[in-house]
Design a protein around this ligand. Sequence first.
Ligand SMILES: Nc1ncnc2c1ncn2[C@@H]1O[C@H](COP(=O)(O)OP(=O)(O)O)[C@@H](O)[C@H]1O
Ligand SMILES: [Mg+2]
Length: 232
Amino acid sequence: MSHLFITGSDTDVGKTFVTAGLTHVLHKNGKKVCPYKPVQSGGEIGETGLEPGDCKFVKNMTDLLLPYDLMNTYCLKEPISPHRAAEKEGVHLVPENILDHYYFLENKFDHVLVEGAGGVVVPLLRNSFYMYDLMKQLGIPAIVVTRTAVGTINHTALTVHYLKSIGIHIKAIIFNGYEGHDYEDDNIKILKDITQIEQIFVLPKVKEFSREKVQEVYEKHLPFDQVLNLLK
Ligand SMILES: Nc1ncnc2c1ncn2[C@@H]1O[C@H](COP(=O)(O)OP(=O)(O)O)[C@@H](O)[C@H]1O
Ligand SMILES: [Mg+2]
């Protein structure tokens, strides 16, 4: 079975929103899917203590009933780069623990959707281990989530170029938060030309955040057959 790494051109571009969408579409169509957030910074205090907010969002927007322990390895308090949050909180991030957690999930689920933190060049360990090292070691293809708004051409082109330069295969770009402006269409067109990535998805900016409405958006803009194509 096959698995994906959901990365992005920046923090807050919609990696979690997209992970929830892919999870929903696969789950609804009978696939055993696990969204996996190896390192969450900016955890939230909830009923069970410090909770990984990204996993919570995915659970809220899908019908998935999985425990946080399965979906997340490290949950840090401060909403800053994982390496710094870990340093400040006295947590030693061990990449092997993440890999072991992933191998466990990989054997249990049809599809594991691994969500990064921030973008590609984000340190997990100062001067020694970056998000792209994790991507390389996991050896799974990437999805690049990015904005449609002004500034996206540079951020997206740099992210795609960097991933290609280190040999990471990119299955698709998912443009998120589309509002229908003509300059957004032009940004998408230019990025198709620059990156030559054929599989492109566009998710609109959502105004109503009820589970029902968001699921409708996911089903319309992330068609199951095209999502399955990403996993071939
Ligand atoms: N398509 C969208 N429409 C409206 N709000 C969105 C959309 N995508 C993301 N958001 C909101 O933007 C914020 C950042 O998105 P998130 O998925 O958490 O980004 P990331 O995981 O890349 O940091 C969240 O509050 C999220 O709910
Ligand atoms: Mg996120």
